[in-house]
Design a binder for this molecule. Structure first.
Ligand code: NAD
Length: 481
């Protein structure tokens, strides 16, 4: 069986403790590779390699670093088909999703930050008594980057690219559930002749490798994307050390559909609910529909969801693949049962799905599931399921829609569908979250701040926000006579 390696000081190496864990293909339900179960010994080595690389890397010019990022982009581009296939097998996601959305975004991450650092500028404030106040931005040192399994290489490189572009070196801990593309990325870093130690990757469980990384005393900066409970644990672990922390966490995002919504709202809300098997933090898992069109919308929604082609991720016609793991399958099964207990009516799905493809009979598939009839306070409507389960509920008017949209502990995103721009703008202003889409969903511009409010996180990634996060501003005041 293939063994994935850690990437430390420019070399791909086995874990110090010699321990491995299964890497499972969720569409077939069986292991197909072995991942290092690294611990603090590997993290110590990786941090030491990153510290050794830091003086030279942080002294490189913006032009040199931009050139290295573009070299990485080109090396990724040469391997894009292999990366898409690896993402598809590792995560159970349709090959079309990996090939047409996720790997292109990996390329964009490097292209964007290579350009961004070259167009960046700093402030200067001419003051009284012939003083000039300059703001210098220095990299923060060795940064710790922790990423989840739902968009593995996309989210890993969304952190690596700005971190190294701004002159930091890094130790990344990808999700143990989907380690394969991070492993291929290590090979790509070698092919692109990235200086040794600038990027280091340690595979392993969160409680071991992840905890060792965030608690390492040389790691002063932690960028984390993952679940809210993990984010809370990390926040309390790093607080006494006054580490700089960015947290991109879960969501329970409303899709708000008014009775004058454009026709595209139906298809878009189906995709927002079920894309990547509901395993995108930005999925619209709570649909709120104006009472006047509620019955007809629900009927049409179920008809459209029924048409989704669930099955073998390797099949180019598949729209919905498997869940990422047995744990995620069990979670969806539990939440479907909970929805019933809470008095919900399941209009579609609600159970494990057995695809026609023989090889996928034991895969972790779950049918797209539509639940109605629940109170907004029901746990099914409040908790992030991260599976193909959507709730639909009616609202009376604009104020009621806003109240229901905000009736959650999360605040990541919302999408609003109406042809009345005044109404849309009022809702956009009143919903407490980091991103609002009007008559669209999942449109991402890499220049805009990205992040959540409430339990969806702390801080922002993207554009200038990422450049600021990975640098330390210093005010230098010069008096000239
Ligand atoms: P998770 O929190 O279980 O794991 C995320 C990462 O943290 C993994 O690499 C894991 O190994 C590591 N980890 C776990 N415990 C740790 C600890 N104690 N110390 C350090 N690291 C630790 O999340 P997941 O299940 O991999 O991902 C799904 C979650 O991620 C969902 O809640 C989803 O909404 C969220 N997410 C958020 C965004 C966003 O941008 N807001 C994007 C994608 C996913």
């Amino acid at each position: 069986m293939q063994r994935i390696g850690n990437y430390i000081g420019g070399e791909i190496v086995p874990p110090v403790n010699g321990q491995w864990m299964d890497n499972v293909d969720p569409a077939v339900g069986r292991p197909y590779a072995l991942t290092p179960a690294s611990d603090s010994a590997d993290v110590d080595r990786a941090v030491a390699a990153a510290e050794a690389a830091y003086p030279a890397w942080s002294a490189t010019s913006v032009e040199e670093r931009a050139a290295v990022l573009m070299r990485l982009r080109e090396a990724i581009d040469r391997r894009k088909d292999q990366l898409a296939m690896a993402e598809c097998i590792d995560g159970g996601k349709p090959i079309t999703r990996a090939r047409d959305h996720e790997i292109p975004r990996v390329l964009s991450n490097f292209r964007y930050f290579a350009a961004a650092i070259q167009h960046n500028h700093s402030e200067l404030y001419p003051g009284a008594n012939n003083t000039l106040n300059m703001i210098l931005r220095r990299p923060r040192g060795v940064v710790g980057l922790i990423s989840p399994w739902n968009l593995p290489l996309y989210l890993l490189t969304w952190k690596v690219a700005p971190a190294i572009a701004t002159g930091n070196t890094c130790v990344a801990k990808p999700s143990e559930v989907t380690p394969m593309t991070a492993h291929l990325f290590a090979e790509i870093c070698r092919e692109a002749e990235l200086p040794a130690g600038v990027v280091n990757i340690v595979h392993g469980r969160g409680a071991e490798a992840g905890a060792a990384l965030i608690n390492h005393e040389s790691i002063r900066t932690v960028s984390f994307t993952g679940g809210t409970a993990t984010g809370r644990a990390i926040a309390s672990a790093v607080a006494p050390g006054f580490k700089k922390l960015s947290l991109e966490l879960g969501g329970k995002n409303p899709t708000i559909i008014f009775d004058d919504a454009p026709g595209a709202a139906l298809q878009a809300s189906v995709m927002a609910a079920f894309a990547n098997t509901g395993q995108i933090c930005l999925c619209g898992s709570r649909i709120l529909v104006q009472q006047t069109i509620y019955e007809s919308f629900v009927k049409s929604f179920v008809q459209e969801a029924e048409k989704l082609r669930v099955g073998d991720p390797l099949d180019g016609a598949t729209q919905i693949g498997s869940l990422v793991s047995h744990d995620q399958l069990q979670k969806s099964i539990r939440y479907a049962a909970l929805a019933r207990e809470e008095g919900g009516r399941i209009l579609l799905g609600g159970e494990r799905f057995r695809p026609a493809a023989e090889r996928c009979r034991d895969g972790f598939f779950f049918s797209p599931t539509v639940v109605v009839g629940l109170d907004s306070k029901a746990r099914t409507c409040q908790e992030e399921i991260f599976g193909p389960i959507v709730t639909i509920a009616p609202f009376r008017d604009l104020d009621h829609a806003i109240a229901l949209a905000n009736d959650t502990g999360y605040g990541l995103s919302a999408s609003v569908w109406t042809q009345n721009i005044d109404k849309a703008h009022r809702v956009a202003g009143a919903v407490d979250c980091g991103t609002v889409w009007i008559n669209c969903w999942l449109v991402r511009d890499l220049r805009v701040p990205f992040g959540g409010t409430k339990q969806s996180g702390l801080g922002r990634e993207g554009g200038d926000e990422a450049l600021r996060f990975f640098t330390e501003p210093k005010n230098v005041c010069l008096r000239v006579n």
